[in-house]
Design a protein around this ligand. Structure first.
Ligand code: ATP
Ligand code: MG
Length: 556
């Protein structure tokens, strides 16, 4: 999305139904828009959250309005400051700025409490002594109305007394709740006297032991929006049925702001899991290497793997926003990162499955330094010099002793081009006692070095290679999708793809010697790679493969 707009026509191409609502509501006052991204700090953010971040911050930016970062930390048991810090880091890294608008729902606890008192005083809320199980029985079903709680008609004074004592810690967890008095016969179950406060003697990451009653999400969230003057509260589809309750709280809280809740479909992707709870389980059970395992769909995992903020934002743009739930093919994200990196990063030669090539007629001890362009798509990136000598490595895949049809790479008596160097022809192989090839022998044609007196003959294959003497040894971690898609049992547990990580030793040309953690490269004819931030040391370079160069996904 662009930074500024001059007229609504400018943005018609990026418009979705949310834009329509906003334009309808705010008309000539579009810069009054105020949105929020409201994560619960109970885990690390994933790419689904990125969709919501791009939408909320993007919308505010587009119209010149504001977007708050608000931690929805009203549930003390699962929340932690480690998560607060990681979420801040991730939002910033994605390229969004909440400026001075960092808020914590827990700092509104006093205000929530005041609204609860107001509702009690107006006869709109009551303290209920039903147990959770009894409450379920009274609640009715989708086809039968609920029954009023026997405690529903308590006097205002009794309710005030009990609620104060709940707050003062006189009652154990689960013994009492505060419920909104709405309508037990409503066809919408959420309106059947929903619980708005519960007792939980639990330590809160920010308010400590000050409170032992905590507001429920459906009560707290609209109030948070009202307090912050949010105009459009964008959330996922599962809250659609909660909207009447959202509006009820807004209308009855006694404050003037009237935020509008708008729902959109959450992002789901193939071959991965997209719920903090499931991701937390993978981490807790040691099935992955932490929240930032490069296979994880977490922002920190994607960052460590080497995905760029630009590619994630482009992905969020491409998937669009709608109300219909659907699964996005994970390879679309791969497409986006390739598209972002293709003209940005150095293209270097690396061999992940090495076999030695000895060039019999190349002078012993001679080294040449060849100029090779850093990125064929971006001339401005210049050239680098790459050493070449008698012994090099190529990828095993690029040689076949008995070539199949249409194999245009190296084979006995076949000629190929070495990228940026010479034409070579295979003249023989060395084998060990078991018949495995240990080295390939070739001759080179000195005339084929770019420029000098070459006869113009063509070869079909061009191979990447690495000079043996100066090769940098590194570890390459090749990833596949994290989960096997469970098509036979879609509701069952997903299974980790056993081939989702393959570790290889590889040889790379010397220019990567100075590479730092987080640096990205294209390994020619192979894929995009990023220097791992966790396992790289002074002595060892570890590369994560971000994506292979090719995949089946095509986009116009
Ligand atoms: P999860 O189910 O993964 O725990 P959540 O909805 O509980 O996610 P929150 O921290 O409450 O996580 O989410 C913060 C915001 O991000 C909410 O507005 C939520 O609607 C949005 N969000 C969460 N998951 C997705 C998703 N997969 N796609 C789009 N938006 C999402
Ligand atoms: Mg949640």
């Amino acid at each position: 999305m662009s930074d500024e707009i001059n007229s609504l026509e400018d943005i018609s191409s990026t418009c979705n139904f949310i834009h329509n609502y906003i334009q309808e509501d705010l008309k000539d006052n579009l810069s009054k828009i105020s949105t929020r991204f409201p994560p619960e700090p109970n885990g690390y953010l994933h790419i689904g959250h990125a969709k919501s971040i791009c939408l909320n911050f993007g919308m505010a930016k587009l119209y010149g309005g504001k977007c708050n970062l608000r931690f929805d930390d009203t549930n003390p048991t699962k929340e932690d400051t480690e998560y607060v810090n990681s979420i801040k880091e991730d939002v910033k890294w994605l390229g969004f700025d909440w400026k001075d608008r960092l808020y914590f729902a827990s700092s509104y606890f006093e205000k929530f409490y005041d609204v609860a008192l107001k509702l009690i005083k107006e006869g709109k809320a009551f303290v209920c002594d039903l147990s959770a199980e009894e409450m379920r029985e009274y609640r009715g079903t989708l086809s039968t109305p609920g029954k009023n709680s026997p405690y529903r008609d308590r006097s205002i004074d009794e309710n005030l007394d009990l609620f104060t004592r709940m707050k003062n810690g006189e009652f154990p967890d689960g013994s009492h709740t505060l419920r909104a008095k709405i309508d037990m016969s409503s066809p919408n179950m959420n309106m059947r006297d929903p619980v708005i406060y519960r007792i939980a003697h639990a330590h809160h990451h920010s308010t400590g032991d000050k409170w032992c009653i905590y507001p429920m999400y459906d009560f707290a969230h609209p109030l948070e929006d009202v307090i912050e003057g949010i105009t459009h509260s964008i959330c996922t589809m599962e809250f659609e049925d909660h909207r009447p309750l959202y509006d009820w709280v807004v209308d009855n809280c006694g404050m003037s702001a009237k935020p509008r809740q708008i729902e959109f479909a959450r992002l789901e992707m193939t071959n991965t899991v997209m719920s903090k709870r499931k991701l937390r389980e993978l981490v807790a059970n040691g099935l992955v290497d932490g929240w930032d395992d490069p296979r994880m769909p977490t922002i920190s995992g994607l960052r460590r793997r080497g995905y760029t903020p630009e590619s994630i934002r482009a992905f969020c743009d491409k998937i669009g926003v709608s109300k219909a739930n659907s699964k996005v093919d994970s390879s679309l994200l791969d497409y986006c990162v390739r598209d972002d990196l293709k003209s940005k990063v150095k293209v270097v030669m690396a061999v992940t499955d090495p076999i030695k090539v000895i060039i019999d007629n190349y002078p012993e001890g001679q080294v040449e330094f060849l100029d090779i362009e850093n990125n064929p798509e971006n001339e401005a990136m210049g050239v680098r010099t790459v050493p070449f000598s008698k012994e090099i490595y190529i990828d095993k895949d690029d040689f076949m002793e008995v070539p199949v049809k249409k194999f245009f790479r190296l084979a006995p008596l076949k000629e190929v081009r070495l990228k940026g160097a010479y034409f070579i022809t295979c003249v023989g192989v060395d084998k060990d006692g078991d018949g495995n090839i240990t080295a390939i022998h070739c001759t080179y044609d000195p005339q084929t070095k770019s420029g000098s007196g070459f006869d113009g003959r063509k070869v079909k294959g061009t191979l990447h290679w690495v000079n043996a003497d100066t090769a940098i040894k590194a570890e390459a971690r090749l990833y596949d999708y994290m989960m096997l898609d469970n098509t036979e049992n879609p509701d069952g547990d997903m299974i980790i793809n056993p081939n989702s990580l393959v570790v290889k030793e590889c040889f790379i040309e010397p220019c990567v010697k100075e590479a730092k953690a987080g640096d990205k490269f294209q390994f020619m004819r192979n894929g995009y790679y990023c220097v791992d931030t966790k396992y790289t040391t002074d002595k060892k370079l570890v590369f994560n493969r971000i994506v292979p160069l090719k995949s089946s996904f095509k986009i116009k």
